[in-house]
Design a binder for this molecule. Structure first.
Ligand SMILES: Cc1cc2nc3c(=O)[nH]c(=O)nc-3n(C[C@H](O)[C@H](O)[C@H](O)COP(=O)(O)O)c2cc1C
Length: 364
């Protein structure tokens, strides 16, 4: 009887709920970005949203009512020819409606695009060209819909337009023959993707160099979890050296768990290299790294000055947001309303960080 009840409950559950694809429980937020001229990609997105939790963004051409297929696909061909002639110039791409969705909140992006003449539809190419830098570092997957042509050219376009993303897996091809079976194709495909981890816990770490302390927003992964545990015990001071004109780096003196992937490091990025080295970037470099976090709110020249770019044996202290830097404040001088560093020096123009004011640690 118990078994019958269980079976009944399971049937009830499966008939009333979405067919949820096997996406890891800790996957980060996903955005689906699509363009559809004749409705097939829209149907694919509807199927996708029945299988995973994701927000949806539709890309629309600025000029409405155009018939890309008229006169033997003349307009569609013309738009692609213009892009192919000058792919690095924004003026080669057809105008699209402005997009207000910020990609900051999303770790995963799924592109759904039609194929036009064995290439990515021109309207979607415009969007990717415009948002390439915002998409940098995201995990990206792609579904391509065509009548019958295979999708190698669309994959090439996507890689040209988005050089700095992490591809979640192979693109999925849906065509006129299998469009009706898209639900199972999509479900299987979603199960193969490498989704980025959730980043709900935006923990902070602090970096102190000389008199200046800056906050770092950490990503949520096993490396930062282990680093937080280490810093809970005591701040860590390391000696870093400038290298390559883009970073200061050196040994942490201990190892952290790695989840290396090709990363195009940007100014402010704090990164783990080879499991036991910390790299802090004031320039850019592409390598296989594990991301730790990013220094908050400093531009490139502020980063160069903070990180003492070009110098050697730079003493860098990593600590937690509690303000433990390992330095002992000189409280006797600090009850006068002025701002003092943790080592007791008066700071006329403090930047972001932890200071002493009226005998108390304050975060500015
Ligand atoms: C301008 C244009 C060019 C196309 N070129 C091809 C092609 O070369 N090969 C192909 O198989 N399908 C081609 N198609 C068909 C679309 O790829 C296919 O119908 C797709 O499902 C459309 O997606 P949508 O309905 O979301 O716009 C083309 C469609 C258009 C509008």
């Amino acid at each position: 009887m118990k078994q019958l009840l269980l079976l009944f409950a399971m049937m009830l559950f499966s008939s009333n709920s979405k067919v949820m694809a096997e996406v890891p429980a800790n996957a980060g937020k996903t955005l689906m970005v699509y363009y559809s001229y004749t409705g097939n990609c829209r149907e694919i997105v509807t199927t996708l949203t029945s299988q995973i939790e994701a927000d949806v963004l539709e890309i629309q051409p600025a000029e409405k009512g155009l018939r890309y297929e008229a006169n033997g696909y003349a307009l569609g061909t013309e738009l692609l020819n213009a892009i192919n002639a000058n792919p690095d110039d924004i003026n080669s791409y057809p105008a699209i409606d402005p997009v207000s969705t910020s990609l900051n909140d999303y770790q995963n992006i799924i592109i759904v695009t039609p194929l036009w003449w064995s290439q990515m539809a021109a309207i979607m190419q415009t969007h990717l060209f415009q948002s390439a830098s915002e998409m940098s570092g995201k995990h990206v997957g792609m579904i391509v819909s065509s009548h019958s042509s295979s999708i190698g050219g669309v994959v090439r376009d996507a890689k040209r337009l988005l050089p700095d993303v992490t591809w979640m897996g192979d693109a999925l091809w849906i065509n006129a023959n299998n469009h009706g079976r898209r639900a199972s194709l999509i479900e299987n495909w979603l199960g193969t993707l490498n989704f980025a981890e959730e980043q709900t816990t935006m923990d902070k770490m602090y970096i102190t160099i000389g008199e200046q302390t800056e906050s770092v927003t950490l990503v949520g992964n096993n490396a930062t979890k282990a680093l937080m545990e280490k810093l809970k015990q005591a701040p860590v001071t390391v000696s870093l050296n400038s290298s390559g004109g883009f970073e200061i780096w050196g040994s942490l003196g201990f190892s952290l768990p790695t989840s290396n992937e090709q990363i195009n490091a940007q100014p402010g990025d704090v990164i783990l290299y080879n499991g036991s080295n910390i790299c802090i970037f004031y320039g850019t470099n592409s390598w296989s790294y594990t991301r730790l976090g990013k220094i908050d709110g400093l531009n490139e020249s502020e980063l160069r000055s903070f990180l003492k770019a070009g110098e050697s044996n730079i003493s860098v202290t990593l600590s937690l947001s509690s303000g433990e830097t390992g330095l002992t404040p000189n409280l006797s001088t600090e009850g006068d309303g002025n701002i003092y560093s943790l080592s007791g020096q008066r700071i006329a123009k403090p930047s972001h960080g932890i200071y002493i004011k009226n005998n108390k640690k304050v975060k500015l």
